[in-house]
Design a protein around this ligand. Sequence first.
Ligand code: XUL
Ligand code: CO
Length: 441
Amino acid sequence: MKTQSKEFFPGVSKVQYEGPSSKNPLAFKHYNPEELVEGKPMKDHLRFSVTYWHTIRGQLSDMFGVGTAVRPWEDGTNSVQMAETRVRVAFELLEKLGAPFYAFHDRDVAPEGKNLRETNKNLDAIAKVLKAEQKRTGVRLLWGTACLFAHPRFAHGAATSCNADVFAYAAAQVKKAIEVTHTLGGAGYVFWGGREGYTTLLNTDLKREMEHLGKFLHLAVDHKKDIGFEGQFYIEPKPKEPTKHQYDSDAAACLNFLREYDLLNDFKLNLETNHATLAGHTMQHEMEVAIAAGALGSVDANTGDMLLGWDTDQFPTSVYLTTEIMLCLLGMGGLTTGGLNFDAKVRRESFEPVDLFYAHIGGMDAFARGLKAAAAIRKDGRLAEFVKERYSSWHEGIGAKIESGTATFKELEQYMLKKGDIRPNVSGRQEFLENLFNEFI
Ligand code: XUL
Ligand code: CO
């Protein structure tokens, strides 16, 4: 393997922390990797990850026009040689950003061959280069996944396709993708069911398709155990796009699915902010639902545009949003195998290579601020105290009795008959709490 001395981002050196007063657009103002927050370095709280599909492969095309991305290293092919060059591009960017992780779909990193055998060979060849670059830089794989949605063979879905051969192809592809993820020491593996859903129920046997998906995931768990892969499996919910209705539509639907098919012990959720928006939820809602089930695993850190009803995958810049996310994460004791994976792309108008740096630096700084704000809210304690106090009627007397499971309907009726009636006696204080939250932003 020849070593490449060529620099792909010549105008950018290693991004440094310069503090809040810096005016350098290629410096961190808030993300200071080694700075301790609640006794832990920021980098370990945040576990930032760069996505290969957007950052390295994204061409910035949309429904109305071709890609605008200027990427001087691209030679116009999707050859294995080109794929190798892209690995060098990716790791230069990762190193310069100081991002500890990356994530990919199999087809992002290596080209599809003329059949599965050749495709697997291509993937193996690139996996070797990825491994060498991981070793050279210390960057790790947050998770791998398989692209089961771009190729025409998946038009009707993958695990939920009407065609059993497609299920078999998808199984073979996921088997290989898990193996490559394992070889690269991946901390996890994601299942996002790109086309696992339907566009019309007129042609769809919903029950059968869901059962097939359950079976598929069980087979994946079996294979994971067979090869000794200890990374975490995740499901990534999304309600629509590309199908009209995706089976993994939101956190609650995923949890129900996992419970119904006896998969809850083997999967956690990878929650994406823009998907929460599309589902009509806030990210905080999705996170609380997953945390309540002990199933929040990782975060695809992006954001949508409130005026657009599709998955715009923008870089997160709202400190309010990142504070909410970090409050949830700190509250659950932090990320373990998961990370903050920037499943985000620069705008079609932001087509220069340097824009990739501005975007990531902005996202990392926004999360660093969110982390600090969330830690300050926790240290202050008033918010947590308010919530605790709001439920104080459950701490003793009849509330404690109900919670401990010893009260009966009969007894509760007796209790209320004696008491007569009740009136709301505590304000929800939403506005007060919103003001309190803003004190820390
Ligand atoms: C698509 C999406 C995916 C998954 C991985 O909306 O979020 O990129 O994160 O397949
Ligand atoms: Co995603």
